[in-house]
Design a protein around this ligand. Sequence first.
Ligand code: 5GP
Ligand code: ZN
Length: 138
Amino acid sequence: MSKDDCIFCKIANGEIPSATVYEDSICRVILDVNPANKGHALVIPKEHYDNIYSMDADTASKIFTIATEVAKAQKAELNPDGLNIVQNNGEVAGQTVFHFHMHVIPRYKGDNVNIKWLPEKPDSDELDALSKALRKRI
Ligand code: 5GP
Ligand code: ZN
Protein backbone atom coordinates (compact mmCIF):
# COMPACT_ATOMS: atom_id res chain seq x y z
CA MET A 1 0.00 0.00 0.00
CA SER A 2 1.28 3.42 -0.87
CA LYS A 3 -0.21 6.70 0.29
CA ASP A 4 -0.62 9.37 -2.40
CA ASP A 5 0.15 12.22 -0.02
CA CYS A 6 3.12 10.60 1.76
CA ILE A 7 6.55 12.00 0.91
CA PHE A 8 8.41 8.90 2.15
CA CYS A 9 6.23 6.62 -0.01
CA LYS A 10 7.31 8.70 -2.99
CA ILE A 11 10.98 8.80 -1.94
CA ALA A 12 11.17 5.09 -1.02
CA ASN A 13 9.57 4.07 -4.30
CA GLY A 14 11.78 6.37 -6.38
CA GLU A 15 9.09 8.85 -7.51
CA ILE A 16 11.06 11.64 -5.81
CA PRO A 17 14.86 11.49 -6.21
CA SER A 18 16.96 11.13 -3.07
CA ALA A 19 20.60 10.58 -2.07
CA THR A 20 20.23 6.80 -1.95
CA VAL A 21 22.88 4.66 -0.28
CA TYR A 22 21.05 1.31 -0.55
CA GLU A 23 17.93 -0.10 -2.16
CA ASP A 24 16.24 -3.48 -2.43
CA SER A 25 12.65 -4.72 -2.86
CA ILE A 26 11.76 -4.00 0.79
CA CYS A 27 13.46 -0.70 1.63
CA ARG A 28 15.53 2.26 0.56
CA VAL A 29 18.22 3.96 2.62
CA ILE A 30 18.73 7.67 2.01
CA LEU A 31 20.78 10.47 3.51
CA ASP A 32 18.67 12.82 5.65
CA VAL A 33 18.24 16.17 3.89
CA ASN A 34 18.70 17.97 7.25
CA PRO A 35 21.15 15.66 8.99
CA ALA A 36 21.92 15.73 12.70
CA ASN A 37 25.47 14.82 11.73
CA LYS A 38 27.53 13.92 8.66
CA GLY A 39 26.30 10.58 7.31
CA HIS A 40 22.86 10.65 9.04
CA ALA A 41 20.85 8.02 7.14
CA LEU A 42 17.20 6.95 7.13
CA VAL A 43 16.10 3.37 6.51
CA ILE A 44 12.65 3.56 4.92
CA PRO A 45 10.39 0.62 4.03
CA LYS A 46 8.81 0.83 0.58
CA GLU A 47 5.44 -0.20 2.02
CA HIS A 48 3.66 2.47 4.02
CA TYR A 49 3.52 1.90 7.78
CA ASP A 50 2.50 4.92 9.85
CA ASN A 51 4.72 3.78 12.70
CA ILE A 52 6.15 0.75 14.53
CA TYR A 53 2.74 -0.41 15.77
CA SER A 54 1.56 -1.43 12.31
CA MET A 55 4.81 -3.03 11.18
CA ASP A 56 5.16 -6.82 10.74
CA ALA A 57 8.05 -8.80 12.21
CA ASP A 58 9.64 -9.71 8.86
CA THR A 59 9.87 -6.09 7.73
CA ALA A 60 11.13 -5.02 11.15
CA SER A 61 13.88 -7.65 11.00
CA LYS A 62 14.87 -6.52 7.53
CA ILE A 63 14.98 -2.86 8.56
CA PHE A 64 17.28 -3.57 11.49
CA THR A 65 19.50 -5.85 9.43
CA ILE A 66 19.96 -3.10 6.85
CA ALA A 67 20.54 -0.49 9.59
CA THR A 68 23.39 -2.71 10.80
CA GLU A 69 24.92 -2.74 7.32
CA VAL A 70 24.53 1.04 7.04
CA ALA A 71 26.24 1.51 10.42
CA LYS A 72 29.20 -0.57 9.23
CA ALA A 73 29.42 1.37 5.94
CA GLN A 74 29.38 4.68 7.86
CA LYS A 75 32.07 3.35 10.17
CA ALA A 76 34.29 2.38 7.24
CA GLU A 77 33.73 5.61 5.31
CA LEU A 78 33.45 8.27 8.03
CA ASN A 79 35.18 6.70 11.05
CA PRO A 80 32.67 8.04 13.63
CA ASP A 81 33.33 7.62 17.35
CA GLY A 82 29.88 6.14 18.01
CA LEU A 83 26.37 5.73 16.66
CA ASN A 84 22.76 6.30 17.65
CA ILE A 85 19.84 4.44 16.18
CA VAL A 86 16.68 6.47 16.73
CA GLN A 87 13.16 5.62 15.65
CA ASN A 88 10.40 8.08 16.58
CA ASN A 89 6.73 7.08 16.87
CA GLY A 90 4.06 9.72 17.41
CA GLU A 91 4.27 13.47 17.63
CA VAL A 92 5.04 13.30 21.36
CA ALA A 93 8.15 11.25 20.52
CA GLY A 94 9.31 13.69 17.84
CA GLN A 95 7.95 11.96 14.74
CA THR A 96 7.42 14.50 11.97
CA VAL A 97 7.08 12.22 8.93
CA PHE A 98 4.34 9.68 9.53
CA HIS A 99 5.80 6.88 7.43
CA PHE A 100 8.00 4.57 9.54
CA HIS A 101 11.73 5.25 9.27
CA MET A 102 14.82 4.43 11.29
CA HIS A 103 17.53 7.04 11.85
CA VAL A 104 21.14 5.82 11.75
CA ILE A 105 23.18 8.70 13.14
CA PRO A 106 26.99 8.56 13.31
CA ARG A 107 28.38 10.33 16.36
CA TYR A 108 31.61 12.31 16.59
CA LYS A 109 33.36 13.48 19.75
CA GLY A 110 32.30 17.04 20.52
CA ASP A 111 29.33 17.02 18.10
CA ASN A 112 26.10 18.92 18.80
CA VAL A 113 23.70 15.97 18.82
CA ASN A 114 21.80 15.57 22.07
CA ILE A 115 19.89 12.34 22.73
CA LYS A 116 19.54 12.27 26.50
CA TRP A 117 16.77 12.09 29.11
CA LEU A 118 16.53 12.65 32.85
CA PRO A 119 16.27 9.18 34.44
CA GLU A 120 13.31 8.38 36.71
CA LYS A 121 13.77 6.32 39.88
CA PRO A 122 10.97 3.75 40.17
CA ASP A 123 11.11 1.35 43.14
CA SER A 124 11.72 -2.35 42.58
CA ASP A 125 8.05 -3.28 43.31
CA GLU A 126 6.93 -1.05 40.50
CA LEU A 127 9.51 -2.52 38.11
CA ASP A 128 8.47 -6.07 39.11
CA ALA A 129 4.75 -5.39 38.59
CA LEU A 130 5.29 -3.72 35.24
CA SER A 131 7.68 -6.37 33.94
CA LYS A 132 5.10 -9.08 34.78
CA ALA A 133 2.29 -7.16 33.09
CA LEU A 134 4.32 -6.59 29.93
CA ARG A 135 5.65 -10.13 29.88
CA LYS A 136 2.09 -11.44 29.57
CA ARG A 137 1.61 -9.38 26.41
CA ILE A 138 4.67 -10.57 24.47
P1 5GP B 1 11.24 12.15 12.31
O1 5GP B 1 11.28 13.47 13.04
O2 5GP B 1 9.88 11.90 11.70
O3 5GP B 1 11.73 10.99 13.11
O4 5GP B 1 12.30 12.31 11.15
C1 5GP B 1 12.01 12.82 9.89
C2 5GP B 1 13.34 13.05 9.21
O5 5GP B 1 13.13 13.11 7.82
C3 5GP B 1 14.00 14.39 9.62
O6 5GP B 1 15.30 14.11 10.13
C4 5GP B 1 14.04 15.18 8.32
O7 5GP B 1 15.20 15.96 8.18
C5 5GP B 1 13.95 14.10 7.25
N1 5GP B 1 13.28 14.50 6.03
C6 5GP B 1 12.07 15.12 5.93
N2 5GP B 1 11.75 15.32 4.65
C7 5GP B 1 12.78 14.81 3.91
C8 5GP B 1 13.04 14.74 2.50
O8 5GP B 1 12.25 15.17 1.66
N3 5GP B 1 14.20 14.13 2.12
C9 5GP B 1 15.10 13.63 3.03
N4 5GP B 1 16.20 13.06 2.54
N5 5GP B 1 14.88 13.70 4.36
C10 5GP B 1 13.75 14.28 4.80
ZN1 ZN C 1 4.21 6.46 3.18
